[in-house]
Design a protein around this ligand. Structure first.
Ligand SMILES: [Zn+2]
Length: 601
């Protein structure tokens, strides 16, 4: 089969324009159709990448061919007998892990943003040529991608290959003057390419990522499913994100998140970075290979519905931090702090009483990925609640089988029966397999945890593993939970029942929480609070102003709604104890030690 030939050049970095060409040896005689995906796998939102195509033209044997648009992301060329080349200019100014970006400092893209899909030839192999932009300033640029080379030198421009279109768009590409590091883990070479200004301690990063990757490979069982793996890291002033692929991941982080030589201990931001790397690496198995039947294959033209994102994102979110404690990168106390924060996050969203986990997953396309001021009141996160359901499931199985079985075995069975075997998971597949592997009747739990909005039995299940769960009121807007209270004061935002951000000397309400004092008084998202009992909130926000107030007291709030000044009488509410603190109970607990991996791996 003659491969489809693509070429891409960062043609005009200063204008953020790539030139991409696609040449088809045997176009459809009725007129070849081309399309760009509406979304990119791993990021469940319709993004319509075709909107960034600035211009397009086609030719065959040096003669121009007419090309017309059929719908928002499909084109059709006039019938031709011989090879057909379509060339387009693509605008790229989205510095996120799921987009495409280009300026004079670097180029980054996901294939779904730039490579046309040749309809009817999705399974044809592809040959891709990466071309260096013209100009002396790009002389030192190199290419980092997990796409296999065909003629190009390591890290070089030149020709690469993909088995089909699906594979073509699963290898993000970074082009520029990145810094490189390398490790081996599970017998597989892993490279780390870091873009952006940073002072990272590369040796430490190599050492910690090696430990983490080896842990995950051992977890699912040798051999690792990929021949090579690449971490593409972009360090910026402020940013956070990751997108998983079968042989690589793109990570966006703050440069502060990377470890620095002078940091001896584990900083909170580096711990978060390792959690992100762990999450995306776990996806190499869970979602890139073990995947919902609804994603096999992906339909790139429209939404792909599944109720299983709780498992693919939630279980992955459960194991990302758990892996850090199991492989010794953080201690149990740190892990329980992270878990306490996750529980706090979950308890602070009133939407958990409205939306089930299965519904959250199914509606990811229009809700989780398109959040607004009402989201905390109406939705629950399939990441957050999903990870807590994974925790409950793991602890329940461990408790009921006296530590003989766990969620770990369920994941390994999913890998054997679905991931390695290449069989999509049916909507009820995880539930069936979990019962089969553990020998337990779990239907009632799945019904409650996935398909209802009943509260999760977190406290009772944690207690079976020697972990005490305590709840207390939030102390301030910065109080994320996970730690005991530092003072006796209660946060002003909590008493008001809002989320807000300080804007200059005022406080802008971003969310009004269901059933809270602010909602009862008539405050709304977008209101800018300019005074509480006649005093301006100032740079410290409402917490300082309300610090000495008590639930039940009344305050007068002045706020602008659009350009209208309004006055609200608010009765401060009794604050819910929604901030979670976890601690190991005294004495040894065999189940806890096994769960956290401190005995037997
Ligand atoms: Zn994920």
């Amino acid at each position: 089969m003659i491969p489809i030939r693509y070429s891409i050049v960062p043609a005009r970095p200063e204008a953020h324009l790539y030139r991409v060409t696609c040449t088809v040896a045997e176009p459809d005689p009725a007129g070849q159709q081309f399309a760009l995906p509406a979304w990119t796998p791993g990021s469940y939102m319709i993004r319509e990448f075709a909107r960034h195509v600035v211009s397009m033209c086609a030719e065959s044997r040096s003669r121009s061919v007419r090309i017309e648009k059929l719908d928002k992301h499909t084109w059709r060329a006039a019938p031709v007998a011989g090879p057909l080349s379509v060339s387009c200019e693509v605008y790229a100014w989205d510095l996120s892990v799921r987009g495409a970006h280009l300026d004079a400092t670097h180029a980054f893209f996901n294939g779904a943003c730039v490579f046309l899909r040749v309809l009817g030839q999705e399974h044809t192999p592809c040959a891709i040529e990466f071309l260096r932009p013209y100009g002396a300033r790009y002389r030192n640029w190199r290419v980092a991608t997990s796409m296999p080379r065909r003629g190009a030198k390591p890290w070089g421009f030149g020709t690469y290959a993909a088995a089909d279109y699906d594979e073509l768009i699963d290898h993000p590409v970074e082009i520029g003057g990145f810094r490189l590091a390398s490790i081996r883990a599970g017998g597989v070479p892993h490279d780390i390419a870091i873009t952006g200004r940073h002072e990272a301690d590369i040796r430490r990063l190599e050492r910690d990522l090696k430990r983490l990757c080896e842990h995950h490979v051992r977890f699912f069982g040798n051999p690792a499913p990929m021949k090579r793996y690449l971490f593409l890291i972009t360090a910026v002033g402020e940013g956070y994100g990751g997108l998983e692929h079968r042989a690589s991941t793109a990570l966006l982080c703050a440069r502060e998140d990377l470890p620095r030589a002078r940091d001896g201990l584990m900083s909170e931001c580096y711990r978060n970075f390792l959690g992100l790397a762990s999450h995306e690496y776990f996806h190499t198995w869970n979602v890139k290979r073990i995947k919902p039947a609804a994603f096999a294959p992906y339909d790139l033209d429209r939404e792909n519905y599944t109720t299983l994102l709780w498992a693919f994102e939630g279980i992955t979110s459960y194991y990302d931090d758990l892996a850090l404690v199991r492989c010794g990168l953080i201690g149990a106390k740190d892990y329980l702090e992270l878990l306490g924060r996750s529980i706090t996050n979950y308890l602070r969203a009133p939407g958990r009483a409205k939306q089930s986990l299965a519904e959250s997953s199914f509606d990811a396309w229009i809700k989780y990925y398109r959040q607004d001021e009402n989201s905390p009141n109406a939705t629950v996160s399939y990441y957050g609640k999903g990870s807590l359901v994974a925790l409950c499931l793991d602890l329940l199985i461990r408790d009921k089988t006296r530590g003989k079985k766990s969620l770990d075995e369920v994941m390994r069975a999913l890998w054997l029966h679905h991931g390695r075997a290449g069989v999509g998971v049916d909507e009820d597949g995880i539930e069936r397999l979990a019962e089969e592997v553990t020998g337990l009747k779990l239907g009632r739990y799945f019904d409650e945890w996935l398909r209802s909005t009943k509260e999760l039995p977190l406290k009772a299940l944690l207690a079976t593993h020697g972990v005490n769960m305590q709840l207390r009121p939030a102390e301030s807007a910065q109080d994320k939970g996970g730690k005991p209270a530092a003072s006796k004061s209660i946060g002003g935002l909590a008493m008001l029942g809002v989320r807000a951000r300080v804007e200059h000397e005022d406080t802008a309400v971003t969310h009004v929480l269901e059933g809270g004092a602010a909602q009862a008084a008539g405050l709304a998202a977008g209101d800018v609070i300019v005074a509480v009992d006649g005093l301006r909130p100032g740079k410290t926000g409402l917490d300082a102003l309300l610090a000495r107030r008590h639930p039940g007291e009344r305050v007068t709030i002045h706020a602008f709604r659009r350009d209208e000044l309004m006055s609200f009488e608010v009765e401060l509410a009794r604050v819910e104890a929604d901030t979670c603190v976890l601690a190991e109970s005294a004495g040894a607990n065999r189940l806890r030690e096994r769960w956290l991996g401190r005995r037997s791996g």
